[in-house]
Structures are given as structure tokens and as C-alpha cells.
Design a protein around this ligand. Sequence first.
Ligand SMILES: Nc1ncnc2c1ncn2[C@@H]1O[C@H](COP(=O)(O)OP(=O)(O)OP(=O)(O)O)[C@@H](O)[C@H]1O
Length: 232
Amino acid sequence: MKAEGITAGYGDTDILHDVHLEVNDGEIVSLIGPNGAGKSTLMKAVFGLIHPRQGSIRFRDKEIAGRSPYDIVKEGMCYVPQVANVFVQLTAEENLEMGGYLLDERLLPERKERVYELFPKLRERRHQRVGKMSGGERQMVAIGSALMLEPELLLLDEPSAGLSPKLVDEIFDNIHHINETGLAVLMVEQNARKSLAMATRGYVLASGQNRVDGTGQALLDDPEVGRLYLGG
Ligand SMILES: Nc1ncnc2c1ncn2[C@@H]1O[C@H](COP(=O)(O)OP(=O)(O)OP(=O)(O)O)[C@@H](O)[C@H]1O
């Protein structure tokens, strides 16, 4: 996915100004920056939830800027929002089935099996209502539901939000493992150091503009990035 010259926002207000972002095959890319920088807005623009006023977003050799999320999902991109990303009244397994709503029903057992292989905890708790699950398990259900469609690129908006440090590590391990299966990941994270440590590359966004980008390690080693965006 390659986004260039993106200007986008809400109503008449532009939040993003001429922003660029690229996720190559198999990469984990971390998008960091202060609150209100426009990280979630950029992710929404990539997934078609808001339409850029200007700019291009190419995915698998097609222009997707301005297309609907429904179309973009069919191209092989899935998005896990930060909140309201599961059906709390349904069981874990029913959530996975909802995630696979675009699929031929015959494919569901095999796809669920793959998700359970990635998240053995979910197999154990597959008949449990998601509303009764912990934050970490809910996040697994949300990610697992997106994986049902076997996307090539997975967008995660703050997957570690609200989780205890131990669960943050667990979710990050899971993301790493999912990436090793060949899936590219773009994530927005408040846990900037941890996400950069795992990322192939990272982007710092502030006030709706690109500030710095580079390998995850280069950003971690950059004293100015450390001081301004990683809390010293
Ligand atoms: N639906 C919306 N309508 C109008 N303005 C919005 C909407 N969503 C976000 N904004 C505004 O857009 C700006 C960027 O918000 P965004 O959520 O993209 O930032 P962020 O970098 O993801 O921040 P955070 O880390 O706090 O989630 C903020 O000023 C926010 O108030």
C-alpha cells in the first residue's frame, strides 16, 4: 500500500496535510505521534472510511482512494478499529463467523481452524460470550475476526489500548506471529517504543504532517524522536 499526498479530514476541516505512508509486502509498520496527530484519521483514509480530498492510495496495483471499505476489504485489506470491534452479545466463534461474512460458508471451518491455531486461547473459549471476556481476549477475537478473510494487509488501531503490560506483550507477540505468516501489518500505537521495536519501519506523524520516518530501530535510536515523541 502506498499513500501519497493525502489531504483529508472531517467536514470542511483538514486534519491530514500532504501525508505519505507506505507498507510493503510482509512489513510491520508502526504509526506513532502525539494525541490528535491524525494517526487514526490516516488509517481511516487508507481503509475508505473517510475520503481524501487530495492524494493517491495504491493497493495491489489499484487506486483505492475514495473507494468504500466494502470494496477495499475485497481487495485484501482488513481494519480493526480501536473500539466497538467485537459483537459482545455473540460468542467468540460467532464473532469469527461474522468476520467471515463475505466467505463461502464451506470455507468457514478451515478459516476458523487457522485462527484457533494462532490463538489457542480462543479455541478454549470459543463458546463464551465475548462480553464476558477480558480485554486481551476481546482483542484476539477482534483480530481473529479480521483474519477470517485472510487479508494481505491488516490495519490495527491501537491494539494494545487499555491492556495491562503483560497483555500488551502478549498481543504484540501475537501480532509478530501473525506477521510471520506473511501478512503485512500497519498499526497505530501509543506504546510507541514497543511497537517500534517490533516494526520493520515507522512513521512519526504530528499535527497532521509527516515528521520522521525510517526503520523501527533508526527511530528508536534517533535522540530527537526519543525526546519529542517517546518520552525521553
Ligand atoms: N469524527 C470526527 N469528526 C471531527 N473531528 C474528528 C473526528 N475524529 C477525529 N477528529 C479530530 O481529528 C484530529 C485527529 O484525530 P485522530 O483520532 O486521527 O488522532 P490520533 O493521532 O489518532 O490521536 P489519538 O492518539 O488521540 O487517538 C483531532 O483533532 C480530532 O479531534
